[in-house]
Design a protein around this ligand. Structure first.
Ligand SMILES: CCCCCCCCCCCCCC(=O)SCCNC(=O)CCNC(=O)[C@H](O)C(C)(C)COP(=O)(O)OP(=O)(O)OC[C@H]1O[C@@H](n2cnc3c(N)ncnc32)[C@H](O)[C@@H]1OP(=O)(O)O
Length: 178
């Protein structure tokens, strides 16, 4: 379902359908929304974002980061920004790129049985445009740890070109902290 939703996002973004089709789609979306409303659940019971066995944890917000190799200190894989994430002139939106870094760095920060942490800051440097519809190399690694503070870094490459890089601070939560 989420794969189909991602495809739909890309197709909607890249299409200018005639008014009749727009009306038909609007009705279909509204009907689906009503039907899904009948099955509303709490955050704990929801499926999207909780299925770590599915690409992108089964959520449609963040572009899918596909892991090729990982250990507790490092992760390497690929990411592809579809048409949905277009900013302009063929480049990914500057707000879509931090989504990927937060996901990559956040997952690594919490890997290896470490207590759960949250992003305190995420700094992103855009070194060149991040193109759409290409498999881009993406990496994240632990820089250092100071008490509850975990400093991680990451980068996204198009071939040899460094598209963007990030540094994030993740702070381990105290017991009972939301
Ligand atoms: C369930 C299945 C899914 C599982 C998959 C999961 C994958 C998830 C992947 C996605 C993952 C996505 C993850 C997400 O997106 S998490 C969502 C986005 N993040 C948040 O909502 C976090 C909001 N902020 C907070 O909750 C608190 O501020 C935190 C918890 C971060 C710290 O507040 P807390 O009261 O606990 O601690 P403290 O204030 O005493 O600070 C402690 C230390 O940290 C230093 N410090 C703090 N902030 C900053 C800063 N901005 N720059 C520099 N330093 C900073 C501070 O100086 C101190 O250092 P020191 O003085 O001790 O040296």
């Amino acid at each position: 379902m989420i794969e189909s939703l991602r495809l739909l996002h890309d197709r909607i973004t890249g299409a200018a359908p005639p008014p009749e089709l727009l009306k038909e789609m609007t009705r279909a979306f509204e009907d689906l929304a009503v039907e899904l409303g009948l099955y509303a659940v709490s955050e704990r019971e929801q499926i999207t974002g909780h299925r770590i066995d599915l690409p992108g944890r089964g959520q449609a917000l963040v572009p899918v980061f596909t892991v090729d190799e990982s250990d507790d200190e490092h992760v390497r894989g690929s990411v592809r920004f579809g048409r949905y994430y277009l900013g302009g002139n063929g480049a990914a939106h500057g707000g879509a790129i931090p989504l990927v870094f937060d996901e990559m760095l956040g997952r690594l920060a919490n890997a290896g049985g470490r207590p759960i942490s949250r992003t305190a800051y995420l700094r992103v440097d855009y070194r060149s445009i991040t193109p759409l519809d290409r498999d881009l190399r993406a990496e994240a690694w632990f820089d250092r740890e100071e008490g509850r503070k975990r400093f991680l870094r990451g980068a996204i490459f198009d071939g040899e070109t460094r598209c963007a890089e990030a540094e994030g601070l993740f702070v381990a939560l105290n017991p009972g902290q939301p």
